[in-house]
Design a protein around this ligand. Structure first.
Ligand SMILES: Cc1ncc(C[n+]2csc(CCOP(=O)(O)OP(=O)(O)O)c2C)c(N)n1
Length: 512
């Protein structure tokens, strides 16, 4: 096997699995692969200096376009940097392709520079496609299935072959996805909806409109824009579920972020049917839980069972707490223009927006990374989700989450996207921990450490990456923004936020 054959086979494997976009982060060992990619046709290349952002950006590209995307790394810890994004792709059921260059197999276990154990590096989180070396007589690929991360490791020896002509990706034959269908019949009295791609939301909306069961939906369900669902959608976010006693819950899309969902673990009598792309039930209990493929939304028979499952309707009185965090979510949604994409950070932003959302302007689409609920890589993932969307793209994210991903804006220079808005809700640390009931007894000293309290400003960060910066307490400053990438720093009033939560958590009196 020559190095040239090995490199061309590796690119052909990408092409075969439908990859048409690649995020590369160069080192010497993968330079031959990158050089060959640069002479290839029918492939879009995004160029990063570090692998973690590259992998999260690839994740965002897949979340938006639902097509396989590859990340190409050099050897050693460079390959390992992809792990968090691979894990997220695994739990979201997305076909991330990781192509890692390696030193020859003979270096394994030696501790030689940049030689780590790359074979099966991602464990259960990626299916191994191959572990190829120039000493192999032939190159074979392991069987892999479905929309899950794949890992191909290629061992290249010196001298590195940097003049390999690439392949024509547009001519590659990709295996036809097998048309899947699944039908079932079930009755349910409550629908929970989270994390659906806008195209899936459209399919789900048809089903739900005819079903007629009450729906408690997160913003990321993308169901709020459907007029026919308005009478069924329950305002008040998680609080509306407080006294719910359904017999059978139908959950559509990603695993919900609500505490109520976690508490279902200890309610084995409540039946749960999940319909999701990821195949994960999101519950550890097995009793009365079934998980069906997404295709079940087509052609299945769903029947509403009974009409009273104890759902309550709440309208948070946010106006009284003008500068509180939840009210900021409402104000932001009111100014985000029609057709925008909105990516929500995984900590308080997603929860507060769920609570505050009444409606959004037409065509606003919501995304979030709810596979493993990490607060890492969110800026990069947002940029990946935004890359081909020509309307405004908004990220609403916590301050610590932003600090995790300071290198992310590197790619903006290649995006040619003038309407990126990164809203950092800077509450001076991980304020979600002061909302966690089981942490209520923590001392002030412990909380200071656990929240990582700080007084940092995001202005120098914006400046580093050549982005405009606005710090404001007036939402009107955010109307008709300049067509340039902007970091918007908001510092909600902590006292008003606290006062809102106190008011909101008053005991429920069931309306007659
Ligand atoms: C990678 C990762 N590390 C740690 C956590 C645990 N965690 C959850 S929320 C959070 C704090 C988030 O802080 P921030 O982004 O400022 O948002 P806020 O809590 O203020 O909404 C942390 C550390 C996580 N989810 N993911």
């Amino acid at each position: 096997m020559t190095q040239e054959q090995l490199i061309r086979q590796a690119l052909s494997a990408l092409a075969h699995f439908g990859v048409r976009e690649v995020c590369v982060a160069a080192g010497a060992r993968n330079a031959p692969l990158i050089a060959a990619l640069l002479t290839s046709k029918g492939i879009r290349i995004w160029n990063f200096f570090e692998e973690r952002s590259a992998a999260f950006f690839a994740l965002g590209r897949m979340m938006a376009d639902r097509k396989p995307v590859a990340v190409v790394t050099t050897s050693g810890t460079a390959a390992a940097e992809c792990l968090p994004a691979v894990i997220e792709a695994h739990y979201q059921g997305l076909p991330l392709f990781v192509l890692t260059a390696d030193r020859p197999k003979s270096y394994r276990g030696s501790g030689a520079p940049q030689a780590i154990e790359q074979h099966h590096l991602f464990g259960v989180y990626a299916q191994t496609l191959g572990d190829w070396d120039v000493t192999d007589e032939s190159l074979s690929m392991y069987q892999t299935t479905g929309d899950r991360p794949r890992h191909l490791n290629v061992c290249l020896d010196e001298p590195l072959e940097t003049n390999v002509i690439g392949v024509d990706f547009s001519r590659a034959q990709t295996p036809e996805a097998e048309p899947r269908s699944h039908t079932c019949t079930l009755d349910c009295d409550l629908v929970l909806a989270s994390g659906m791609h806008p195209a899936d939301a459209k399919e789900a909306a048809q089903l739900l409109a005819t079903l007629g069961a009450p729906i408690v939906a997160e913003a990321t369900s993308n169901l709020h824009g459907f007029r026919e669902l308005q009478p069924l959608l329950t305002p008040g976010g998680e609080r509306s579920l407080q006294s719910a006693r359904p017999a059978h819950v139908l959950r559509l899309g990603a695993v919900p972020s609500w505490r109520w969902w976690r508490d279902l673990e200890s309610q084995p009598k409540i039946k749960v049917t999940n319909i999701t792309h990821s195949g994960f039930s999101g519950l550890a209990r097995k009793e009365n839980v079934q998980t069906l493929p997404w295709e079940s939304v087509r052609g299945s028979q769903f029947v509403v069972r009974g009409s009273e499952c104890g759902i309550l309707r709440f309208e948070p009185d946010l106006g009284k707490f003008e500068q509180s965090e939840p009210n900021w979510m409402r104000k932001l949604i009111e100014v985000i223009p029609a057709g925008s994409r909105v990516f929500l950070g995984n900590s308080l932003p997603i929860r507060e927006l769920n609570l505050a959302l009444k409606s959004a302007r037409p065509g606003v689409e919501f995304f979030a990374s709810r596979g493993a609920n990490g607060i890492d890589g969110l800026v990069s993932t947002f940029l990946g989700v935004s890359a081909t969307h020509r309307e405004e793209c908004w990220l609403i994210v916590g301050d610590l989450s932003t600090l995790y991903d300071l290198a992310a804006p590197w790619i903006i220079a290649q995006m040619n996207h003038p309407k990126l808005r990164i809203v950092v809700i800077n509450n001076g640390g991980g304020k979600i921990f002061s909302r966690v009931n089981s942490l209520r007894a923590l001392s002030e000293k412990s909380l200071t450490v656990i929240e990582n309290r700080h007084e940092l400003s995001f202005e120098p960060w914006a400046q580093l990456w050549g982005m405009e910066y606005v710090r404001t307490d007036d939402v009107n400053d955010l109307v008709d923004l300049l067509h340039v990438p902007i970091v918007i720093e908001i510092r909600p009033d902590p006292l008003q936020t606290e006062a809102f939560w106190k008011d909101w958590q008053r005991p429920v009196i069931r309306p007659r």
